[in-house]
Structures are given as C-alpha cells and as structure tokens.
Design a protein around this ligand. Sequence first.
Ligand code: AMP
Ligand code: GLY
Length: 422
Amino acid sequence: MRILIVGSGGREHALAWKIKQSPRLERLFIAPGNGGTAMEGENVAVESDDIPGLVKLAREKNVDLVIVGPELPLVLGLADALEKEKVLCFGPGAYPAQLEGSKAFAKSLMNEAEVPTARYRVFEDFSQAVAQLRSGGFPVVIKADGLAAGKGVVVAQDFEEAREALDDMLVKQVFGKAGDRVVIEEALSGEEASFLALCDGRQFLLLPSSQDHKRIGENDTGPNTGGMGAYSPAPVLPAAKYQETADMVIRPMLQHLEQTDQTFKGVLYAGLLFTADGPKVLEYNVRFGDPECQPLMMLMDSDLLNVIMACVYGRADQQELRVKNEASVCVVLSAKGYPRKYEKGHEITGIEEAEEDSRVKVFHAGTTYKDGRLVTSGGRVLGVTALGIDLQDAIKRCYQAVDRIHFEGMYYRRDIGQKGLR
Ligand code: AMP
Ligand code: GLY
C-alpha cells in the first residue's frame, strides 16, 4: 500500500516508524514531516493545513490511505475532500471533528449523548459572561471555544482572574475568532488520563490508557505546553476498567454521531478526569495525542496498518489489537525558551548512542537536516521513548538515553512518569 501521513511532529514520526514495519507498506510519504520521518519514508513539502495541496499530493502519488496526525486539517475538512476523490482517510470529517474544533459543540454533544462531563454554559457577550461569574463559585474554568493550540483554557482561582480571561478572549480577542465564544464550566478535581479509541464508525479498538504532562515545569508548574512527556499505561485507568470506561465515554458518542448520519472513522481521544463521582470527559480530541502516541506505538504489537485498515473498512470487530504487557515512557526534549519564543538551528548529537539500548527509540519532532547535520527547528525537539518491564524500568531506561543526547539549550522535565509510581 501507498500511505501518506500528514503532520510534522513527534506523533507523526512515531506513526511513520510503526507503519514502516508493516509488510503491506509499499511506499510512505509524510507531509511535511521532519528530520526523523525522512528516515522512515519520503518527506514532501506540503503543509498540513493546505487541504487542496494534500489532496493533489494524494492523487499524484497514487496514495491508497491518508493518516492524519494533527487536528487542524480534519477541522478544515481534509477527510471530506479526500472522500470526494475516493482516497481512504483515517480521521473524521469536518462535522465530527468539531468535537475538538469547538468546545461548545463538544459540550452540547456530550449532553445529548449522556457522556459525563462538567456542567457548563456558553457565552458570546462579555457582560453576560461576567454576570455568570458573579452567580457561581471559584475556581471556575474558562475555555475559548475554538482551536487555540492548547492555550485556550484558564482554570481561574478567583473573580479577577476569571474576568481577565474573559476579557482576553471576548474583548481583546487574543485567540482571534477562536475566542468569540467561551465556555464557562465547573472546575473538577482529580487525576487526569488520556484514553484513545481507534474507531470504525460504530465499533472501536481500545489503546492502553496514558498520561500527558502539559506544564513546562516539574511538579506541573509554569505555563502549558503541547506536552512535555507521557507514559502508558496510566494506573489511574487500569486495563480492568477499559471496557466499562469506554461504555461511558466512547460508545455513546459514536452511537450519537451515527444516529445523526455521521461516521467517526479515526482516533477518538477522551481527555478524562477521575473525580469522586467517576470519570468525566474534560475534552475530546479527534486524533492521536502528542506525545501520548509515542509510548502507545512502542507498546503496540499489532500491525498498525492492519488495524487502521480494519477501522477504515468498518471492520474493527474482526481485528485484534495486541499490546505488550509492559510500560513505556516518552520524555520530550525542548528548545531553550519553549513554550515562548525559542532558539532554533542548534546541532543535535547522541541519538545513535541513546538508541544503543534496543528498547529505546528517539522520535523527532522539531528537527531538520541542514548541510547534512541534524539541527533543532521547533520548540519540542525530540521525544526519547523507552519500553520497560514496568513503569520504573521504563523511566530509568528513558533517562539513561536522555543523558546521551545533547543540543545547546536542551531542556526536559525530570519527573515524567512519577505520578504513575505514586
Ligand atoms: P482541555 O483543553 O479542555 O483539556 O483543558 C486543558 C486542561 O485544563 C485539562 O487538561 C485540565 O488540566 C484543565 N481543565 C479543563 N477543564 C477542566 C475542569 N472542568 N476542571 C478542572 N480542570 C480542567
Ligand atoms: N498531548 C495532548 C494532546 O495531544 O492534545
């Protein structure tokens, strides 16, 4: 088969690495890819939000299947555009992709589908939103409705902080159109986990639970990032609870979409929070998480291409998903300054040495080749990922590998996975 993977991060390198192991693969293209994906297949310089460009590329290269990494092309309708051209796509159409593209849409569908989630209200008007704050308690959560690159959520501790967040979104428009509407919701507390299902429209295959580390600083301090590391499985959601949890947060949403003649083929990612009342969905994503995808690909024994094709053809029930009975950890190495303005162009060394441990794989995110040298080109640069017999072993191997890698200004958190040991 001829496959095109869309995206350029660590997630896409992990997908490319896994797809490359399939005997069914004939040729692999990645658009636009990074320094790591260039070793697994052929990078093509088409940006991941260029829908006509991607469709044209799929046709020119006679691609059989497109696997979409990031959310933006899905929200922009890439899956629908490919369907018109009769190219298979693993990723939902623009309508169901609003589960990620609009928080108000997601909340309304969750209520309709009776998926447990925090209580909420939607506002477009600043003074009405502020009036709501006066009638409720704190902390309270303020969310920009649209895509805001993980920065559109504020857990406000008091009235002033909440009012400021509303002012930023509705008045100052710091998120542009994404902040024209806001969701104000009840703040919940508990441990978080990511739970991903590979969906065929009706049925699904469950991946092991995982946990991301969103803040830049150790012990979850400082500004939010795209994710500084992840591990899987997450003890807060053990395998014995997967089916029961999926019956609460995955199945009802797929059924609800099906009833409205929408089929969700792709990854449905439930961002869960385990409260005293049971799991609640904080958000849905419509794609693999980054960096959660990296440990998940390390743990998967099945042929990813077989699994995805079963989903695309609506036959997930005829496919088994085999996963190693081990643990995996990914530590993200980021550039100095990230998540604010960061440096680029520094040479990276030590990846081969890090991979001398056969249970370690270094996935590239923000890397590129310049005059034959591998250099940094993004905020999140590498995702060092290790397998272990258990979480502790995986953490140890991962940090041993990290120690061998170097670039100027390299930063990483030293506590990735610790929450899972407690
Ligand atoms: P989201 O993009 O909706 O997942 O929100 C980003 C982060 O904000 C989550 O990972 C949580 O840590 C936090 N968060 C979102 N919604 C809530 C909520 N209702 N209560 C407490 N924390 C929340
Ligand atoms: N790691 C969180 C996300 O991919 O949204």
